[in-house]
Structure formats: structure tokens, C-alpha cells
Design a protein around this ligand. Sequence first.
Ligand code: LLP
Length: 425
Amino acid sequence: MIGGCDLVELVAEFGSPLYILDEHTVRTACRQYRDALTRYYPGESQPIYASKAWNCLAVCALVASEGLGIDVVSGGEFYTALQAGVNPEQLYLHGNNKSSDELRLAYDQGGTIMVDNWLELDLLTAIASPDQPARIALRLTPGIECHTHEYIRTGHLDSKFGFDPQQLPQVFARLQQQPQLRCVGLHAHIGSQIFERQPHHDLGDVLVGWYQQARAAGLPITELNIGGGLGICYTEADDPPSIEEWVKTASQAIATACETRQLPLPKLICEPGRSLIGTAGLTAYTLGSRKQVPGVRTYVAVDGGMSDNPRPITYQSVYRAAIANRFSAPLTETVTVAGKHCESGDIVLPTAELPSSEPGDILAVFATGAYNYSMASNYNRLPRPAAVLVGGGDAELILARETYTDLLQYDRLPSRLQLDATTNR
Ligand code: LLP
């Protein structure tokens, strides 16, 4: 059961594979962030949802209805949040190479632009006017290492994101001469799926150091944004702090550093993605073919794989799974769950302890709410799965299943390539 719905019935109704998102779990995580910030941070605060984890109309609207702002990283994510009815003043546009069109969209709508580099300062100076300055924050690279996969580490100095803090005096001097830009905040994000608390404690100190520099330079900074990064449990081996513990660490670091330096408390913003939505989602697959390699392993294949969840092949991520229609049966087999893509590395779970199973059984893979749908592709021309939002025993479609016709939506066949149906030439 998930959200009061029988998972096997959901698959019968909506098809397979199927993304399933539990509304209550998402709302609970939103409230935990909000409540912990209120409890542990003595100043103003707001969590904003890093929607790259799962950006679609329903998720944007759901999270915004809990009072969260939304971090978007492209014109497409910005547009989706707008279409979901999110107040543009609650939108924060990120990205290390925003186009002029993306910057203009955010500016025209009154969103906050997280400026990442000098080119963006130039582009925005040309786009914005002094009587309606662009609301911006600066993204900086804090030089803080954390233990996570190399691809999802962003805080170390050799990173493509953000200004080098050494350049702050020049950036501040530039902003002083630019009435088109109103810089209200400073931001840093150090990475994702982090289990230690120390890096965000250190980041709090670093942010307040920059805040002091900015105030000394006369900039009207009122917001510090500590990014996201809190890890979740994919397997029993994962042991992340709770949302409350993580928020407490960041809040206390910033509040203490401000007190020590006798600075007024800024508004504290954090930007969780994975920890807001990761464990609220699961993917249901249908089991198909099986191959036994004697003395080596047994492969059991599902009807999806790296196109709906590219995380195992990209980051060697490990998941847990269960057979939904044999949930309490004893675990008698160790198998490798393979995807259906033409690629040997398309493995959903390298080792899964499962009951004995047969084709047609429903496999539930847990904690797929973050960076699964949002990173999905049509590799091998597989249509993307549908997604349903469940709660209180009801299930509603939030993403329709793609069809073969959808796959051809953007194909164009030049007339000189049209084949003769009889000769095929
Ligand atoms: N803020 C910024 C500026 C970010 O770049 C990110 C994630 C977040 C917030 C949210 O981080 P979270 O709370 O989700 O850790 N595709 C990878 C994760 C990439 C994360 C990118 N940035 C994965 O599947 O593990």
C-alpha cells in the first residue's frame, strides 16, 4: 500500500512502469523544513524546493502550496513553475550558463536571479533598467569538500559553478556601479547526498564571512542561501541526519556567526531537493525475462531501466526493492535486476534479495522520487512512464504515459527520404 492505494491495483489501472508519488510524505518533508527553520533560526527564513529533483506542474503546485519557494535551473523549469501558478516572486533562477532569454524571462516576471558569473552580470546589466532593477543574489564557490559522488560535488574550488570568492571585492565594486542590479543575497551549494553535518556548519561560517564583506562594501544584502544537499536513505547502509538536525546545524552556524560578528540576522534560505521528494517516490515495474548464468548470477529483467532511472548507471547508485504482490513472502533468491535497454550497464539493482518470482510480478523500487523522472530519457525510444500522485486512498495522474505518437512528435521526414512502400527505396 502507498498513500492508501494498493500498488498492484495502481499498476493495473495506470500501466507499467509507473512512478508513484506519495503526497503526504512530500507535505511532511516541506513542513519539517519550515518548522525546523522556525524553531532553530531566530530570524526570517524560507525553504525553497530545488525542483531539478522533480519538476512538473503538480509537484511545483504541491510544494508551493506548503509555502515553499522554488529553485529552477532553466527557462523550462521556470515556465513549468509559472504554469503551475507559482508566484514568480517565489522563483529563484539558477544555472552556470543562463541564456539572455532565460535571464529576461526571470527578470520580466520579477523572479530572483542567482548570478553565477561575470557574463551574467553583463547580460543582466543590458536587460534590466535602473527604475526596475533586477533582483539578484550571487552564487559563490565556498571551497568546502564533502564526501559524496564526484559528479554531484559542487562546493570545491575547482567547480564550474559560481564566482571565486577571491573575486568578491571586484564583484562588489562592479555592483556598486550598476543601478540596474539589486543584489540582495549570497548563495553557496556544496553538493548532494551528504550525510555529514560539519560541511554545512562550516558553510554557515563562510557565508557569514562573505556577508560581512558585502555589508562593509555597502551592499544591501538581506538573504543568505545555504543550498541543499541533505542525503536520504536508499539502503540500510545510509545514515543521513534528520531534516531537523540538518536545519539546526545550518541555523545555529549562521546565527552564531552573525552574533560573533555583530551582524543583523539575514533571512536564511535553504534549497533541498532530494530530501524533500526522494523517499516520497517509488517506481513500479513488471518483471519479465530471466536468465541464469550458472555459478555466476541470475538476471531478472524489468520493463524499464536506465531511461526512467539513470542514477545507477551514472553514479553507481544503489536502491532497495520488493515484490509488491509477494510482499510478505520469504526472501529466498539473490538476483540482479536488469533494465531492458541495449546496454550491459543497464542494471537497476546489482543485488536484490527477493522472494521467488515469475514474469508478471510487480517490483517496487523505493526512494525514486528525486532525480529519476527529471533525468529520464527516451533512450532506445522507450516512452517515459506515467506518474500518479497518491494520498488518502486516491490516485491521480500527474504525468501521462508517453505514447509512440509522442515519440514521433518532433521527427520530421524530408520528402526526398520518403520510402516507396512497395520497393522500400
Ligand atoms: N541547490 C543547488 C544550487 C543545486 O545545484 C542542487 C542540486 C540543490 C540545491 C539540491 O540538492 P539536493 O538537496 O537535492 O541534494 N542528479 C544527481 C544530483 C544532482 C544535484 C544537483 N544540484 C543525483 O541524481 O544524485
